[in-house]
Design a protein around this ligand. Structure first.
Ligand SMILES: [Zn+2]
Ligand SMILES: [Zn+2]
Ligand SMILES: [Zn+2]
Length: 255
């Protein structure tokens, strides 16, 4: 983004009005899918099941777009008070971004995937045992599940459509799984089969910008969220390019 003087500036955060409008707008967009689910809730024809499930996937995708953005931006980057979110910010913003994977250490030379331990007093400490590693990973999954559960509950009350709900739950599970695994793969080259996909490299490049400007490219998996909120960035500014390694260099710094 360039201001009038031609000087490049970092991402300005969206206004509260924009955030609220985007969230409401996306929720309104999901209304037809919920309505359809509600109306077909007691139909058991193959077609009704098929369309209910499809509607569930689309609604889940739209809701996930704003949930990922809000959770990542606020709970994982900017929380100071609420204990659960404060821990998430320490583990993610501080430990992940600015201790273990700074732009100059975007990828890690260590072969095995490791992460800052949720049990350590100092949240920048990496897991020391397999057990803490497993439990820390599980705690991440639990964190996202905890935030997803109330949404699923509301959707259940509103639609009472088992196929719609089931496909939403499956979509959410796939999404959470990918969120953790793809992010691990991005920072630990050569250990994942995901590297063979083109979209993986798109997300990797996209995420590198987030590591330089934490207020941009907030959504790791669903860039639509950033597009709507105005935080999507496809390239670095001149200042950022001078200050930090080029993407291809950052990728190579591991070997
Ligand atoms: Zn982040
Ligand atoms: Zn790591
Ligand atoms: Zn990262």
């Amino acid at each position: 983004m360039k201001d009038v003087s031609g000087r490049t500036i970092k991402t300005r955060g969206p206004s509260t009005l924009r955030i609220v409008s985007v969230i409401l707008g996306v929720l309104v967009t999901t209304i037809p899918f919920h309505l359809f689910a509600r109306l077909t809730a007691d139909q058991s024809t193959t077609l009704a099941i098929l369309f209910s499930s499809l509607a569930g996937v689309i609604a889940a995708f739209l809701i996930a777009t704003i949930v990922e953005w809000t959770v990542h931006r606020f709970a994982m980057h900017k929380s100071k008070r609420l204990p659960l979110f404060r821990i998430a910010t320490e583990l993610h913003h501080k430990a992940h971004h600015w201790v273990h994977h700074t732009p100059t250490r975007y990828v890690n030379p260590e072969a095995a995937i490791n992460r800052p331990s949720v049990f350590a007093i100092d949240k920048t400490e990496l897991c020391q045992t397999t057990l803490t590693r497993i439990l820390t990973t599980a705690s991440h999954a639990a964190f996202y599940t905890l935030l997803t559960a109330p949404i699923i509950l509301i959707v259940w009350v509103v639609t009472a459509n088992i196929w719609f709900i089931a496909s939403m739950v499956v979509s959410a599970a796939v999404f959470i799984y990918l969120f953790i695994r793809v992010h691990d793969a991005v920072h630990h080259p050569g250990v994942s089969w995901l590297e063979r996909f083109k979209w993986f490299w798109f997300l990797d490049r996209h995420h590198y910008i987030h590591h330089i400007d934490n207020d941009a490219n907030t959504n790791f998996l669903l860039p639509l969220g950033d597009l709507l909120m105005g935080t999507l960035r496809l390239e670095l500014t001149v200042e950022e390019q001078e200050k930090w390694p080029h993407y291809t260099e950052a990728r190579r710094l591991s070997d």
